[in-house]
Unconditional design. Structure first.
Lengths: 672, 283
């Protein structure tokens, strides 16, 4: 009886007495999360989609007799407690502030006249007004005629832009190359007998060195130690012959220089001739374009000017990108404008400090950097994870390493950015541009001593390879020495010395390559951890089956373990891509810019311009929201850009999830 | 006491308890020349724990030899030592040697990978790769670098026929092996193991995860392939051992206890431990 009482009292005070409460708490927590996520996404989608919807324009007559044309944006209350409305009134080139709060007490009347015209222009933002009579002829064009004028203007503008961005840009590039070739010739003359290597021989030596390493590795596998020593000695000999090759005699050099410079100067004159021709054509086109002007008057009768400083000249037809009559549009027309604005947004370059126009370069930059980072991080992470799981002896060292990798994921991303700037951009990039810094360059004698030491270390490692520990130390010494040899070489002047002397770094500043590498470093822990888990989940019985069939370790890994771990690798890749695509802080220091003059990929060799700066969606959102000259005007773009970034990340994730699903279904069964 | 004397009670246990060496009771085996595998005083340790104690046994060529004994007696360890699969386990140490066709398996110069190609293995739990049926069967050839489609197809068909699986899967060779039933998967693993024409086929309790019908098919299969391959099979099932094997070795506490023709060992065991085990009194 007493034991029954004890049981029942416990059942009312113990954890079980909480009844459904824990379940309710969990449901509540889940609801809060769901509401936050759905709310945020819904807000972004709604605001982003609505930004480009053509809104009607109000004509407001004020008590003081003035009239204002404006798009109502939102309502509020002023300091006196009067209700007020924010209007977008545009016409910045007429000295107006483009956004204006108007309180209800000022307003006499409000109407929506159907003849109001809204112009989106290349510069100075929007213009709101009405078609006005031409001051010379006194006639007012019809809307259809006006639209025709604008179409012709757009045609002329395309021609001008095509000339400027196409033929003229090509000629400019040729001129730059020509100037650099002259500078290079001068530099070789100034260097005199110094046998500084150009980039081509250096690449050949690098390749030969790698080949020698590969050959010595092969002979290592085939137990021919002597061959290792011979390869090392031969490699050194080849290196010495290549590096110490006699240069031209001084008189010969002067002669060569003169001939070279003369031929380059001829070339330059020819290019300049072409430039002048093209430029003349451009001027003719632009002059013709200036003849075509349109008359649109603001509410006070002032005609839309060419620019703020040229108010006496009317707006050119080609300056208008899109003209609509916002109060006289059918729903169908509105959808048309909405679509054309989205199309412009997706395929055009930005205008007006990014607050108008499109974000095509931003999309291209984001996709390029994300793909590059994936290409770098996936092989690196997978190989590292394979080594940790399949080769390394599980012990204290590996445990420490694993903890370190996991902790890397928690380092603030700006730290990666700063590391990327210091190491990749300045150290590595500086080396690529101009060779080792003068303060670390070794003398030739010292360099050769290290080189011979390095080769001996490798050969001894071959000889002592049965005594594993000693051989490992020697390999490490040799590898370090190789690094030192490269970092301090007196024979290497960099690939882009001429540009560098011009004060223009190539890889020695932030750019696409370094941003990708920095992001790869940032996302490496994600890939390693998820791959490692996937590898560990491949059943040991499958490995045994493979070994039992006589497979080597590498065959087992490549045919059984890695395919089995592929879904996990894909998961890691998805996470890495999503993280990389959405990252902003490190990009601000290693390569993303407000406005990149050129795309990082172009349809001409080498296709990917790894040294160029690029634009990035995440950074673009920050820039629009906080760095833009008119944050009110940029508001819509912030929403659409955010929407686009989310769409991009979701699309990449969906693609990767689809791929992973296919891989998984292959592993589970069914058809191939 | 001598080995020919009638069995005294629990001779093995006594010897183990007293720490004395113990010689196995071995009889009725063919000549050394008819044996393919010769285990010579083989001992094995997992770290500090000894799993095999100086096991010596000869495995007749072209016959089926069963390894029986209670759990943990070392029969699987012995089996996995023949293709050196124990090398994969960290901390394994061995003493003694094994000779396959009079060539050492544990000499330093032995190429373990080549060895495993000569010794096929079928595991307790069927472990087909997540690939097509075809790719599963030809896996040993693929890793040996065979690319000729004709050869691969021929070997695939021959192996599947040998494993009595061809009629069931010939029309769906490109489908995933994971879609087969448990018994089919195990026969697929046998087909894979014999695809490379091994000299010895090791089977580690190949039927323990199968239902009686699938078990019967596998046993039938073992009898069929017995003439062509030397089979060394570990089993828990006494009936199975008596049905499929020509010779049986009884192992106990990491030692080989009694080894002889299956009929003799089951009907007239010479040691008390053997008798108790085969009659089901322990184990």
């Amino acid at each position: 009886m007493s034991s029954d009482a004890a049981i029942s009292s416990r059942s009312t005070t113990g954890p079980r007495s909480l009844g459904v409460l824990p379940q309710w708490m969990m449901a509540f927590a889940l609801s809060v999360c769901a509401i936050m996520i759905v709310g945020l996404l819904g807000l972004i989608v709604a605001q982003g989609a609505a930004s480009f919807w053509p809104k009607p324009v109000d004509e407001i007559t004020l008590h003081d007799g003035g009239t204002v044309l404006g798009i109502p944006i939102r309502s509020g209350v002023n300091f006196d407690g009067d209700p007020q409305t924010l209007y977008r009134i545009g016409n910045r080139d007429l000295g107006q502030i483009p956004f204006r709060w108007i309180s209800e007490s000022e307003i006499e009347s409000r109407s929506r006249p159907s003849d109001v015209v809204l112009l989106e222009r290349r510069e100075w933002g929007i213009f709101i007004g009405r078609l006005a009579p031409d001051p010379e002829t006194g006639e007012t064009t019809t809307w259809e005629g006006f639209a025709g004028d604008l179409d012709d203007g757009a045609q002329r503008r395309r021609e001008i832009d095509g000339l400027r961005g196409g033929a003229l840009a090509r000629v400019n590039r040729e001129l730059t190359v020509n100037r650099q070739q002259i500078a290079e010739a001068d530099l070789r003359l100034a260097d005199g007998q110094r046998s500084g290597l150009g980039s081509a021989p250096w690449v050949i030596i690098l390749g030969a060195g790698l080949l020698a390493c590969g050959a010595s590795f092969l002979s290592f596998a085939r137990r021919a130690r002597l061959r290792g020593a011979l390869v090392a000695a031969g490699g050194l000999l080849v290196l010495w012959t290549a590096l110490e090759r006699p240069g031209l005699a001084e008189s010969e050099l002067v002669e060569w220089h003169q001939a070279r410079v003369e031929s380059l100067a001829d070339e330059q004159r020819e290019i300049e001739q072409r430039f002048v021709t093209l430029n003349e054509r451009l001027v003719t086109l632009e002059d013709a374009d200036r003849q075509h002007r349109v008359s649109v008057a603001a509410s006070d009768g002032t005609l839309a000017p060419e620019s703020q400083s040229a108010t006496d000249r009317r707006l050119m037809a080609s300056q208008v990108i899109r003209a609509i009559r916002p109060n006289a549009m059918s729903l169908w027309d509105r959808f048309g404008v909405f679509g054309s604005r989205w199309a412009e947004y997706l395929i055009d370059d930005p205008r007006e400090a990014n607050t108008e126009g499109g974000i095509f370069p931003v999309i291209v930059g984001t996709v390029t950097v994300t793909l590059l980072l994936t290409v770098v991080v996936v092989p690196l992470g997978v190989l590292a994870a394979l080594y940790i799981r399949e080769y390394a002896k599980q012990g204290v060292l590996i445990s420490v390493l694993r903890v370190a990798i996991n902790n890397l994921a928690g380092v603030p991303s700006i730290v990666y950015g700063i590391f990327g700037l210091g190491f990749f951009c300045y150290a590595v990039g500086g080396y690529i541009d101009g060779g080792p810094d003068a303060s670390v360059t070794m003398g030739k004698a010292a360099w050769w001593i290290v080189a011979i030491g390095c080769a001996s270390a490798f050969v001894s490692a071959l000889l002592f390879r049965s005594k594993v520990r000693a051989a490992g130390v020697l390999w490490a010494l040799g590898a370090t020495a190789v690094l030192v040899l490269f970092a301090t070489s007196p024979y290497f002047d960099g690939f882009f010395r001429v540009k560098l002397l011009d004060g223009e770094p190539t890889f020695g500043s932030s750019g696409l390559l370094w941003a990708s590498l920095t992001l790869a470093l940032l996302t490496l822990p994600v890939v390693i951890v998820s791959t490692e888990e996937a590898i560990a989940a491949v059943p040991q019985s499958l490995r045994e089956a493979s070994y039992g069939c006589g497979a080597s370790r590498w065959q087992t890994i490549s045919r059984v373990v890695l395919p089995g771990a592929m879904p996990g690798v894909m998961t890691g890749t998805i996470l890495a891509m999503a993280r990389g695509a959405g990252e902003v802080a490190p990009l601000m220091v290693v390569g993303a810019v407000k406005l990149a003059p050129e795309l990082p990929i172009e349809p001409r060799a080498p296709f990917v311009f790894a040294d160029r700066s690029f634009m990035h969606l995440g950074f673009h959102i920050f820039d629009l929201g906080f760095q833009s000259p008119d944050s009110e005007a940029a508001r819509g773009m912030v929403w659409t850009t955010t929407l686009l970034l989310i769409v991009l990340v979701v699309t990449m994730n969906l693609a990767a999830i689809y791929l992973r699903g296919r891989l998984r279904s292959r592993l589970v069964g069914g058809h191939f | 006491m001598t080995t020919n004397a009638p069995a005294t009670p629990h001779r093995v246990l006594d010897a183990v308890n007293e720490g004395k060496p113990f010689g196995a009771e071995t009889y009725g085996l063919p000549d050394v020349t008819d044996c393919i595998l010769d285990v010579d005083r083989f001992s094995l340790w997992y770290g500090a724990a000894q799993a095999l104690y100086e096991v010596s046994m000869r495995v007749p060529k072209g016959r089926v030899t069963a390894l029986v004994g209670p759990s943990g007696c070392g029969k699987s360890t012995l089996l996995r030592s023949v293709n050196r699969l124990n090398d994969l386990v960290a901390g394994v140490r061995t003493e003694g040697d094994m000779l396959l066709n009079a060539r050492s398996l544990y000499a330093p110069s032995v190429d373990v990978i080549a060895l495993r190609k000569r010794v096929g293995m079928v595991f307790q739990k069927s472990n087909p790769f997540p690939m097509s049926i075809f790719e599963n069967v030809v896996y040993p050839l693929r890793i040996a670098g065979e690319r000729r489609r004709g050869v691969l197809k021929e070997v695939c068909e021959r192996s599947l026929r040998s494993a009595a699986l061809w009629d069931e899967v010939s029309d769906r060779l490109s489908e995933s092996a994971l879609g087969l039933s448990g018994g089919q998967q195990q026969r697929l693993c046998i087909a894979r193991a014999i695809a490379a024409e091994p000299e010895v086929l090791l089977m580690d309790e190949p039927c323990s995860a199968l239902d009686p019908i699938a078990t019967a098919r596998i046993e039938e299969l073992i009898s069929e392939i017995a003439g062509r391959y030397t089979v060394l099979i570990v089993t828990h099932n006494m009936q199975q051992a008596s049905r499929v094997s020509d010779f049986t070795a009884f192992m106990y506490l990491g030692r080989l206890v009694e080894y002889g023709p299956t009929a003799d060992l089951f009907q007239t065991p010479r040691l008390t431990e053997t008798e108790e085990y085969v009659t089901g009194r322990f184990g």
